[in-house]
Design a protein around this ligand. Structure first.
Ligand SMILES: Cc1ncc(C[n+]2csc(CCOP(=O)(O)OP(=O)(O)O)c2C)c(N)n1
Ligand code: SF4
Ligand SMILES: [Mg+2]
Length: 291
């Protein structure tokens, strides 16, 4: 039998044309996924790509993987169900800041602490793009929007700090202002054996303010590697994550060098133990009460 052909980015490109606004950061995220998936080499039919609702959540449809554009804020529970039922699949989850940290925010800690081998990519544009620019949970205090005309009175959620403090073993941040860096991060996240999170600062060119645009990202970006950050240092990662909002650090904040056991791995072990015990019980019963 001949060896399977290596895959290229175009093997993951679906015939659907993205309906995103020209210049939307989500195009960059899509490109980074094509590149990462080609490098990883799993066939499109071995990939389940789950999203919520939002501009960003359209992303599975633009790939050739099996996609499920689910319900607003419910991508993570559905992705966990798929991974439990079919652990051999590569399961990707994607959505927006609103989808993940507003309506779906209650699911994030539980997905993190269960630690299924999933990669969660959030396209964080600090706005609700699809529904025309309402205030998002990651938007800074003072942000003016159609639902905060005089400026937001609320502290934002810090997605990096939240996911790190819930105990995620892999946390990174990227931007389409650095496409090769973003593709490498997405690839590394997918390869990590456990729950991995990539917060992508993805510009919304239609409703985002200037601090969320690619020009600002290019000027402000600070790669963590250039700062000498050691991604095995969780305490330092938490300190750097606190700067979300003031600076734009890119790269891996935290990578647990000893990946904790995954939920599906532990479940398989338990099932094997229980099956062994059941076989033993049946043999004892057969011996006590021969049929
Ligand atoms: C249960 C429910 N509530 C509200 C909505 C309306 N809705 C659709 S997308 C969205 C927010 C989108 O923002 P985000 O998740 O950040 O994605 P973006 O469009 O910015 O990529 C909202 C409020 C919905 N579809 N379902
Ligand atoms: S509204 Fe914003 S997030 Fe939605 S497609 Fe347009 S630029 Fe992208
Ligand atoms: Mg958004």
């Amino acid at each position: 039998m001949s060896a399977p052909q290596p895959l290229s980015a175009k093997d993951f490109k679906s015939p659907l044309r993205p309906v995103w606004c020209p210049g939307c950061g989500d195009f960059g995220v899509l490109q980074s996924l094509y590149r990462a998936l080609a490098a990883i080499g799993r066939r499109p039919h071995e990939i389940a790509f789950v999203s919520g609702i939002g501009c960003s959540s359209r992303i599975p449809g633009y790939t050739t993987a099996y996609g499920f554009n689910t319900v607003h804020g419910r991508a993570l529970p559905i992705a966990q169900g798929i991974k439990l039922a079919r652990p051999e699949l590569l399961v990707l989850v994607a959505g927006g800041d609103g989808d993940g940290f507003s309506i779906g925010g209650g699911h994030v800690p539980h997905a993190v602490r269960r630690n299924l081998d999933l990669t969660y990519v959030v396209m964080d544009n600090q706005t609700y793009g699809l529904t025309k620019g309402q205030l998002s949970p990651t938007a800074p205090r003072g942000q003016k929007s159609v639902t905060s005309t005089y400026g937001s009175l609320e502290e934002p959620i810090n997605p990096l700090l939240a996911v790190l403090s819930y105990g995620a073993p892999f946390v990174a941040q990227g931007t389409p202002a650095d496409m090769s860096g973003l593709s490498a991060l997405v690839e590394e996240a997918i390869r990590y054996p456990g729950f991995s999170f990539v917060n992508v600062r993805s510009p919304c060119v239609t409703f985002g303010d200037e601090h969320t645009q690619i020009k600002w990202h290019k000027a402000q970006m600070q790669p963590l590697a250039a700062l000498g950050h050691d991604p095995a240092d969780r305490t330092k990662a938490l300190a750097l994550a606190l700067e979300y909002g003031q600076s734009l650090h890119t790269g891996v904040f935290y990578r647990n060098p000893s990946p904790p056991p995954t939920y599906e791995g532990q479940l398989a072990e338990r099932q094997a133990t229980l099956a062994g015990e059941a076989r033993l019980r049946a043999r004892v019963l057969d011996w006590l009460m021969p049929r």
